[in-house]
Design a protein around this ligand. Sequence first.
Ligand code: SF4
Length: 258
Amino acid sequence: MKKKTVVSIKTIADYHLEDYMRCSYQFYYRHLLGQESSYPSWRHMAQYTVNQVIREFYQCPVEGRSSVQILESIHRYWVKRVDLFQSRVHYLTVLGEITSHLLHHLLKDKRIEPPLFLLEKFRTEIKELEIDLSMTLQVADWSGEGFILKKYVLDADAEFYVSYHHMATLFCNKAFQTVPERIDIVNLLTGEEHQYYPSEKSVAEALAYFHLAKDILENTDSYMRPKSFSDCSMCPFKKKCHRDWVPQDREIRNYLYE
Ligand code: SF4
């Protein structure tokens, strides 16, 4: 494969970073080469369900919100594609964990008014970096001092939390001229809830982070195989990736594959 080693990134979206952190090769195929697979992954399918359930929950009048209403939404939107998962056990585990944690986290939210933002997509320019940031704000609501962002994810690690905090802080500063009072991330596979309180210096830190992130995304030579290969067997780019991947030596790679 002739891989263009330095590319120009004009827009960084939240899902770009999520894909990159999971596997930079998937990011390369999907977002830089534009080879969007017609086969969804189990994560895309499950995240779609989660978003629809959240939307229906908050659009429902408060007196209609209940565990039955949430379960009906999950049943309506969950796509029964066992083949997308690593195994039947994996399928049932993901469905069970998502159901249980959505019930727990949504039902403890007793707000009456609809959220300030509900699954709304925004884009804003970051002049200092000559890029646009694009984000979908899942749930945002007013608080006493400002607003709180809440994001429901399917799996997340420390690297993801840091990345999301920086992105949300920088994005809100540029788009809304303020930073969120608090950023909550709920991991629907483990039930963990992570909270972050941006401070005054957080914007400068976020800008520095994205300066570095842009450099990394633009230099495809720095792309790494994922820490875990658990997703490789179900990856839609598996054949292409295994054919293209020869570690380290570019000359060997060229010799073998061009
Ligand atoms: S096969 Fe594995 S390493 Fe290759 S793109 Fe897919 S997940 Fe990444």
